[in-house]
Ligand binder design. Structure first.
Ligand SMILES: Cc1cc2nc3c(=O)[nH]c(=O)nc-3n(C[C@H](O)[C@H](O)[C@H](O)COP(=O)(O)O)c2cc1C
Length: 179
């Protein structure tokens, strides 16, 4: 199985990228590729740009990454209760590829984390409702609040309750998609 992992963030110190990287290590017998959204930066979507220049190659490149994977691990940054502009822009361009749903009907473990108490719950709720229309088959969701207190780069999730919730969810995801 080939796993494609990425954070909905363009930050070079993204906590969501740290989380998704940690989570990817749970899928031991899979080939894992971790994408950086900065490699898919495009000008801000506008219908005028699309009319004059068509779709950027990077939109097709990202779609191909999805299409050549079997499973998606995604962790979303929350900006003002919603997607980061970097992630939304990528979604907008990819959604304009003819006959395409963004996530190509791939199964997905969808997550979010933030330094605050809601752990990106708002963007997670928005994405949970929207992504199925964009061709994501959401297998499970997980939110990690207080990232800087609950996550350790070596040990992973160090808050007990969250750690056991996470392990249960990983088990379910593996059972449903990898066995
Ligand atoms: C413009 C902006 C808006 C933000 N809005 C929220 C928010 O609505 N809720 C939240 O929990 N954190 C918010 N934050 C804090 C982010 O959760 C924090 O920057 C986090 O590190 C983003 O994830 P990343 O590191 O993966 O990019 C915001 C940060 C920025 C820069």
């Amino acid at each position: 199985m080939k796993i494609l992992a990425f954070a909905g963030s363009s930050s070079s110190t993204s906590i969501n990228k740290q989380l998704v990287t940690f989570v990817s290590q749970k899928f031991e017998n899979s080939e894992i590729e971790i994408l950086d959204l900065n490699d898919y930066e495009m000008s801000i979507y506008s219908s005028d740009r699309e009319k004059s220049g068509g779709l950027p190659k990077l939109a097709y490149d990202f779609a191909e990454k999805i299409d050549t994977s079997d499973f998606l691990l995604v962790s979303l940054a929350e900006h003002n209760g919603n997607y980061s502009a970097a992630f939304k822009n990528l979604m907008d361009w990819v959604s304009r590829i003819p006959e395409r749903k963004i996530f190509g009907e791939k199964p997905m473990f969808l997550m979010a984390t933030s330094p605050g108490k809601r752990g990106g719950a708002s963007v997670l709720e928005i994405a949970s409702k929207r992504f199925p229309f964009d061709g994501a088959k959401i297998s499970e969701t997980f939110s990690l609040p207080f990232f800087y207190e609950t996550f350790d780069n070596q040990k992973g999730i160090i808050e007990l309750e969250k750690s056991s919730e996470f392990e249960e969810k990983v088990k379910k995801v593996i059972k449903e998609n990898f066995s």
